[in-house]
Design a binder for this molecule. Sequence first.
Ligand code: ADP
Ligand code: ZN
Ligand code: ZN
Length: 745
Amino acid sequence: MPIPTQAILCVAIPSPLRSLFDYLPPTGLESDVALQLRPGIRVLVPFGNRRVVGVLIRSSNRTDVIPKKLRSVTDIIDWEPLFSTALLNSLLWAADYYQHPIGEVFSTALPASLRQQAQLNPTSYSWQITEKGMAIEIECLGRAYRQKSLLHLLREQSPLTAAQCKTAGFNIQLLQQLRDKKLVNRILQQPTKTAAFVFTEKIDPDKPRVNTEQQLAIKTIAGGLEKFHCFLLDGITGSGKTEVYLQIIEQQLRIGKQTLILVPEIGLTPQTIDRFRKRFQVSVVAIHSGLTNNEKLNSWRVARSGAAGVVIGTRSAVFTPLANPGLIIVDEEHDASFKQQDGFRYSARDLAVIRAKEESVCIVLGSATPSLESMQNALSGKFAHLKLLNRAGKALPPKLKLIDIANEYTQSGFSEELLTQIHQHLHSGNQVLVFINRRGFAPVLKCDNCGWLAECERCDTQLTVHRVPLALKCHHCGSNKLIPKSCPACQSKQIVTLGMGTQRSEQFLSRQFPAYPCLRIDRDSTRSRTRLNSLLEKIKSGSPSILLGTQILAKGHHFPNITLVAILDADYGLFSADFRGQENMAQILLQVAGRAGRADRAGKVLIQTRHSTHPMLQTLVKSSYRDIADILLKDRKTAEMPPFSHLALVRCESQDIKLATTAINQIACLLAAKNQTLCGAVKMQGPLPAPMEKRAGRYRMHLLLQTRSRPALSRLLNQACQEIPNLKISRKVRWSLDVDPSDLI
Ligand code: ADP
Ligand code: ZN
Ligand code: ZN
């Protein structure tokens, strides 16, 4: 119903409802002014019986709401948009693509304090002496000595901020007492606009001369910097991808443009940030989960104002506003941490590509083991494919070898050959990396008498034995139990631990090689960032030692003294239930292998397995990731799995298995009916119990949607998401939708 003279403000509000909400402008604001309000500002609005912060998406003079039901915006919080048009459009795209409530998308994109009413640029006050304050006899303040000294100070130097007064030893009460006597005034200081960064040349003694391959990559990217282009920088570990980033970033800094770099969660260490700070004389800000809300807000502001030349962050940094964007980089683009696994389930890598398109800037996705999605995009010509096939500098690619332990005697999981090699490398003054994909002491606790296994009561999984501190832990829901002294089923004392975890290997290796320190790096030993950093520093010192750890060690670290990488058990991914199992395994093994021989000493990688003839392992040691990718892509094509089709996963969870089943069945019916109107373009698998049916006390039911037609999937999901909330049962369970899921377990 058009109301031509009245302005209508269309607002995104954080709520599970998927629509935008219409409001009238706040009282006193003229309609023509309201129509000019810019999208991306925050407004305070009444919502039910609460007041909430929303984001203005557009103003118009149309609405479908009947006039007497329209409420007014309470207040306008910002007068300048927090999101640029490009960022705003990327978020609108994401809400639609991931079928996530739009208000929650905008809320996720804001730093926590701005989700409340905090000012973008907090106003500050300063204190100025009045004419009276200059004129009076100071002595007439009698015995108020502190006030007298403060007045002295302000006569010499005024205005002063409260913080400056505090540094000089005067608190705010004293200032207020002087104000009561009309001797000083409080004046409002407009926040100063921060200027864009200025780039000055800096000599970095470590800056290498790029080789021909790097040169070609740099030249190609530089040729496309003017507008949106997507490059896949496919370079083996140690080929100098980071150097390529650095040189492109430098070119952008010279012309006043900012770069946004996304890195995996584990990859963002002070060492990484330092590498960028060392090279450039501009402000490099970090955005990650280890920061306090205030620190995050500060980095966000500096990025938004244009004062930061380089913004480096983990997944959610993809939402950082930039005044002068020039380049986006996603390092280790295959990494699983770029996908958010709950709530707003976005892929930061995919969103970064959309953002680059909206911002009309270049994006570089870099990896030694690109995801099959990106590989296929490069093969099909959608992304430009840049290859670095050789290691940079003098480093040679490591030599990989399989050790078959199917019929071998092993000591705590280590074969004779492996132990001999570890000894030799340590003895020659080198570092050895032992990779084991399980944290804890042992993955299984078993009764030898009756076969009882320690299992989690809340999940369909076994409990892991931990030694420090002593406990049985569930790695899925985090629950903790005491280790029983006798079997709960048959009371036998024959309880044994099976399998190797990092803690057990640590115990074994420390006994086996007492002359060398064994540094364990896993989630348990590095819960605090400081601890992780101090361990990384110890490794950097270079003295011969054993580094023992999980995937944390696989990500992007450059440890020049490692000459031997030992992979204790390569078999866990070979027969995985997940369709990405083999891809992930190959990526992890090659990333770990890539830590060997990164400097002038040659590297060796020994891989223990019980399936040494498996084609995947054979290709891994004899050939390259490219060949593995080729094999896997062929399989995916035959099976019509991504990247040759698109997936979406509907999940219903409840403590009551019946409710979860009823809910998923009703949703499946609804989807099937809608799908018919779309000529059955979408295949439905299920509903079925999830591979891990019970997790954290909830039963989980899955319905997998698969199609070749992205538009058909979008339309189906869009229609379904409007109607699922109307099903009564949907309010009794937790239901969720994961578009392009990475985890089907
Ligand atoms: P990647 O990111 O591909 O794993 P890096 O950029 O970290 O590789 O490079 C590995 C090491 O090689 C670093 O120490 C880096 O300084 C060095 N390096 C990079 N390019 C060159 C080059 N052209 N010549 C010599 N050393 C180089
Ligand atoms: Zn028993
Ligand atoms: Zn559990």
